[in-house]
Design a protein around this ligand. Structure first.
Ligand code: GPK
Length: 797
C-alpha cells in the first residue's frame, strides 16, 4: 500500500491525537515514534493478512527457521524502507520540522542474540520476505535481551536490557495460538489400541504464547512472521502456583537470553528454553498443517514443511518431531524417521570445541523423560544400523549418547538431510577435521552456504549518502538487483566518483566523531584513519593482536617515528563469565586512557572503545570505517559477517585467510585487501606437532619483546593484573591463538596500509572495488541457495 505525503501527515496527526491527545508540535520524540510505528502498522497490516491467506491458499512449502537468537536491531526504518515509504515519510517529517533519525533513535534495539549467529537469522528473515519466499522465524521472546554493557573504571559491567519496558510496537500477541509444553514427571509406555502409548505421571505444563513480529519484504508485498514464544501459567493450573514467587519461576523461563552456563541451575534453565521453543514451534507447525492446510497424511509433511536447525540449540527438534509423529499421530517409527530427516536441516557455525553442546543424560531424563527415551531409541537404532559396517571407533565417536551425555551436534547431523557450514574454508574444515567421520558416513548431506548480509540495512539505511552515489553511478536498480553494484567498477578511473567516495566517507566520519565526543568526551580527528574492530570479544578473534599493534604505534610515536594519524575503534561485549575476555577489555581501556591523555604524541593516535556494541551502534560505526580488522587465528572464524558489512561501506580489510575473508580476498583481488598471517596448513602444523614456542619468538625479536613487555612494566599500571594475564597467555607454550606468531606479519600489513593511505585516490579506488564486490555477499542470494538446495521452496505467486 502506498501513501502520499499529505495522507501520511494526516494519519500521523490522528494517531498522535488518539494515542496521546497531543498535536505534532507538542509531541515528544517517544510519542512520535509510537504514532509513526502505528501508522506504519496500518500500512503493512493488509499485506500481512493477505500473505497468510495466500500461503494457505497456494499451499507452498514453507521454511521455519528455528533459532535461539534473533538480532533484528530496530525495525522502524527498515519497515519504512521495505514498504517503500522511506522517501515520502522522510520528506513529510521534514515539512513538519522533524527528523526521522531522531524519532527512530527512540526505538529500543531488539537484541535477542549475542552476535553473528543471531544477526544472520534476522538477515535471513528479511531476505526471505524480500525475495518472495514464505519463511517463518521461530524463537524466544526474551524479556531481557543481551545485557547492556557499561565500562566502570575500565571494567565491563553488565546491566539488564529491559527492551520491552516501553512496549514493542511491532509484536502481536496471539493467545488463541498458544500451546502447552510438558516438562518433568515420569513416562511409562503402555499398550493401547495396538500402539505403545506414553503415559505421563506427574510433571507440569507451561503455556507457550506466541508473539508474532511482522517481517516486511522489500517491495514484494509479502509480510512474513517471526514467531517468538513467551511462557505463561496455563489457566487450568493457576491453582498450583499460589505465590508470586511460584509464578516468577515459570516466567523466568523466557526472561533472559543465554543464562550463565557456568552453573548447574543456569544450564538447566537453558535446556528448558531449548525444549520450550522447539516443542511450541513444532506443535504450531503441525496444527497449521492439519487445521489450516487440512492435510491429514503426515507422510506429505516434507512437501510442505522445512525446519531449519540454526546451530545445535534447537537440535531437540529432531526428537520432538519424532515424539509428535509417533506418540500423537501414530506413525510407525521407521516412517516417522524418514519424514523427520527429510524435514530437518542443520547449520554449524563454529569449529570451536567448547561450542559443541552436550547435555547430561540425568538432567535430560529428569526434565524431558519422553524426549530422552526417544533420543535413546534413535541412538540405539543408529548403532545397530552401522554395526559391522564401519569401525567400532567410528560408531562410538559419532553416536548421540556417549559418556553420560547427549551430543546435540550428533543428534542434529543424524536427524537432518543437510548439514552446512557457513564459508568454504569452514565447510572444508568440517568435512576434513571436525566432522570428518560424519562426512565419511554421509558425504551427500554436507554442503556449504556462505553467509550473507542485509545490504538494504547496511547501505540504504546506514549509509544513505553512499546509496545515493550508487544511484547516480550505476542507476537505482542495484537496490533490487545487487549484481548491478558491479557496474560501479566502470567508474574506477572517474575522478569525480573517487572524490565523492572520499567525501562521503569523511562526512560519515565527522558524524561518528561527534557521536564519540558526545558519548566518551574524547575528540577525534575525522581526517585520521578510522581503524575498526567490531565483534564479540573472544580470544580467537584476537582483539589482543590489535592491542599489540596499538602499543607498537604508541612506542614509535614516543620515539619520534612518525605514522599517519589513526583512531582505533573497538566495539565488543564479553560473555559475563568469560574472565579472559573481560581482562582484555580492561587492558584496552587502560591502554586507551594512557594514550589518549599523552600530550607528547600530539593526538596522532586515539583509542576508542565504544560501550554497548549492538546493531544500532554498528549502523553508526560501519559507514565511517576506513579499515576493517578481520584478524582471527586462521581456521577459527567460521565466516564472519561484519567483514562483509564493512567492505560494502568501502572500508579496506586487513585480514587473515580465515572464514569468509578468503572469499572477500577472491572477490576483490589481492591488490584491494591486506592479507597477513599463518595459513590454515601452518596453523594445523603447529597444532599437530605441538611445537609452537612463542617464548623463543619473543626472546629473539626486540620489537615484539618491547611491545609485549609494556603489558607488565608499569606502562599501563591501572591494568597491571590484567596485563599480566595477557602477557602470560601470549607466552604460553602452544598458545592456541598464535598471537605472537602473527605479530610481525600483522605489522607489515599495517605498514602497507599506511603507505596506501598516503595516496587517497588509489585508496578510493580500492574502496570502490570493495563496495562493488560486496554484492557477492547479499543475504538474498544466500537465502536463494538455501531455498533451492536445502529447503526446496518455491516463491509465492
Ligand atoms: C558462531 F558458534 C557460534 C556462536 O555460538 N555464535 C556465533 O555468533 C558466529 N557464531 C561465527 O563465529 C561467525 O564466524 C559466523 O559468521 C556467524 O556465527 C554466522 O554464521
Amino acid at each position: 500500500m502506498q501513501i502520499t505525503k499529505e495522507e501520511f501527515k494526516k494519519e500521523l496527526e490522528q494517531k498522535l491525537d488518539s494515542q496521546f491527545a497531543v498535536d505534532v508540535e507538542h509531541a515528544s520524540l517517544g510519542e512520535l515514534y509510537s504514532a509513526l510505528s502505528n501508522v506504519l502498522r496500518d500500512g503493512y497490516a493488509p499485506n500481512w493478512r493477505e500473505t497468510r491467506i495466500k500461503e494457505a491458499h497456494e499451499g507452498k512449502k514453507q521454511v521455519y527457521y528455528f533459532s535461539i537468537e534473533f538480532l533484528p536491531g530496530t525495525l522502524l526504518r527498515s519497515n519504512l524502507l521495505n514498504l517503500g515509504w522511506m522517501d515520502t515519510v522522510k520528506s513529510a517529517l521534514k515539512d513538519l520540522g522533524l527528523n526521522l533519525d531522531d524519532i527512530a533513535a527512540k526505538e529500543p534495539d531488539m537484541a535477542l542474540g549475542n552476535g553473528g549467529l543471531g544477526r544472520l537469522a534476522a538477515a535471513f528473515m528479511d531476505s526471505l520476505a524480500s525475495t518472495g519466499y514464505v519463511g517463518n522465524g521461530n524463537g524466544i521472546r526474551y524479556k531481557y535481551g543481551l545485557f547492556k554493557q557499561k565500562f566502570v573504571n575500565g571494567y565491563q559491567v553488565e546491566l539488564p536490557n529491559d527492551w520491552l519496558q516501553k512496549h514493542n510496537h511491532w509484536e502481536v500477541m496471539r493467545d488463541n495460538k498458544s500451546v502447552l509444553v510438558h516438562f518433568g514427571g515420569q513416562v511409562n509406555l503402555v499398550q493401547k489400541d495396538n500402539w505403545m502409548t506414553p503415559e505421563y505421571n506427574g510433571g507440569y505444563s507451561i503455556k507457550a504464547v506466541p508473539y508474532d513480529i511482522p517481517v516486511v519484504g522489500y517491495h514484494t508485498g509479502i509480510v512474513n512472521t517471526m514467531r517468538l514464544w513467551d511462557a505463561e501459567i496455563p489457566e487450568s493450573e493457576e491453582i498450583n502456583y499460589p505465590t508470586i514467587d511460584d509464578r516468577r519461576k515459570v516466567e523466568d523461563l523466557t526472561s533472559i537470553l543465554y543464562p550463565d552456563d557456568s552453573s548447574y541451575s543456569g544450564r538447566l534453565l537453558r535446556l528448558k528454553q531449548e525444549y520450550f521453543f522447539v516443542s511450541a514451534g513444532l506443535q504450531s507447525i503441525l496444527r497449521y498443517y492439519t487445521k489450516d492446510l487440512k492435510q491429514n497424511d503426515m507422510h506429505n509433511l516434507p512437501k510442505y514443511v522445512a525446519v531449519h536447525i540454526n546451530d545445535t540449540h534447537p537440535a531437540m527438534a529432531v526428537a520432538e518431531l519424532m515424539r509428535l509423529l509417533v506418540d500423537e499421530y501414530h506413525i510407525d517409527w521407521d516412517e516417522a524417521w524418514k519424514i523427520t530427516v527429510q524435514v530437518m536441516s542443520y547449520t554449524n557455525h563454529t569449529i570451536m570445541a567448547e561450542a559443541m553442546e552436550k547435555w547430561d543424560i540425568n538432567m535430560m531424563t529428569q526434565l524431558l523423560p519422553r524426549i530422552m527415551q526417544i533420543i535413546t531409541e534413535i541412538d540405539r537404532r543408529y548403532v545397530i544400523s552401522l554395526t559391522g559396517k564401519v569401525a567400532e571407533s567410528v560408531i562410538n565417536d559419532t553416536r548421540i549418547v556417549n559418556n553420560g551425555n547427549v551430543q546435540m551436534a550428533h543428534l542434529a547431523i543424524i536427524g537432518s538431510h543437510s548439514v552446512n557450514g557457513v564459508a568454504p574454508l569452514h565447510t572444508h574444515l568440517l568435512e576434513t577435521e571436525v566432522l570428518k567421520e560424519f562426512y565419511e558416513l554421509y558425504p551427500e548431506r554436507f554442503n556449504n552456504k556462505t553467509n550473507g548480509i542485509t545490504l538494504r540495512r547496511w547501505l540504504q539505511i546506514a549509509n544513505p549518502k553512499l546509496s545515493k552515489l550508487l544511484d547516480q553511478t550505476v542507476g537505482r536498480d542495484w537496490r533490487t538487483d545487487s549484481a548491478k553494484m558491479l557496474l560501479l567498477q566502470d567508474s574506477y578511473k572517474n575522478a569525480k566518483v573517487l572524490k565523492q567516495i572520499n567525501e562521503i566517507k569523511l562526512e560519515n566520519k565527522e558524524k561518528l566523531a561527534k557521536f564519540i565526543k558526545k558519548t566518551t568526551g574524547i575528540t577525534v580527528d575525522p581526517t585520521a584513519i578510522f581503524d575498526v574492530q567490531i565483534k564479540r570479544l573472544h580470544a580467537y578473534k584476537r582483539q589482543t593482536l590489535k592491542l599489540l599493534h596499538i602499543i607498537k604505534l604508541y612506542h614509535d610515536l614516543k620515539n619520534g617515528i612518525d605514522h599517519p594519524k589513526r583512531v582505533v575503534i573497538f566495539g565488543a561485549k564479553a560473555a559475563p563469565s568469560y574472565t579472559y575476555a573481560k581482562d582484555v577489555i580492561k587492558v584496552i581501556n587502560e591502554v586507551a586512557n594512557v594514550i589518549n591523555n599523552d600530550a607528547s604524541i600530539h593526538g596522532k593516535l586515539k583509542v576508542i572503545f565504544l560501550e554497548n556494541y549492538d546493531v544500532t551502534l554498528a549502523e553508526k560505526i560501519i559507514p565511517a570505517a576506513d579499515v576493517s580488522e578481520q584478524i582471527s587465528t586462521t581456521t577459527k572464524e567460521a565466516s564472519g559477517t561484519s567483514n562483509m558489512k564493512l567492505m560494502a561501506n568501502g572500508a579496506l580489510t586487513v585480514a587473515t585467510m580465515d572464514g569468509a575473508n578468503v572469499d572477500i580476498a577472491k572477490a576483490v583481488g589481492q591488490d584491494n585487501i591486506f592479507i597477513f598471517g599463518l595459513n590454515k596448513d601452518q596453523v594445523y602444523d603447529y597444532y599437530n606437532k605441538h611445537d609452537y614456542k612463542p617464548r623463543d619468538m619473543y626472546n629473539s625479536d626486540q620489537v615484539m619483546k618491547e611491545t609485549v613487555d609494556a603489558l607488565i612494566d608499569g606502562s599501563f599500571s591501572k591494568a597491571a593484573n590484567e596485563g599480566r594475564v595477557l602477557y602470560d597467555s601470549f607466552l604460553q607454550e602452544n598458545e592456541e591463538f598464535l598471537v605472537l606468531a602473527d605479530f610481525e606479519s600483522y605489522l607489515q600489513a599495517q605498514k602497507k596500509i599506511e603507505e596506501n593511505w598516503h595516496d587517497q585516490r588509489s585508496w578510493a579506488q580500492k574502496a570502490l572495488v570493495n563496495i562493488a564486490h560486496s554484492e557477492e555477499f547479499n543475504a538474498d542470494n544466500t537465502v536463494a541457495r538455501y531455498a533451492k538446495d536445502i529447503w526446496g521452496l518455491k516463491k509465492l505467486n
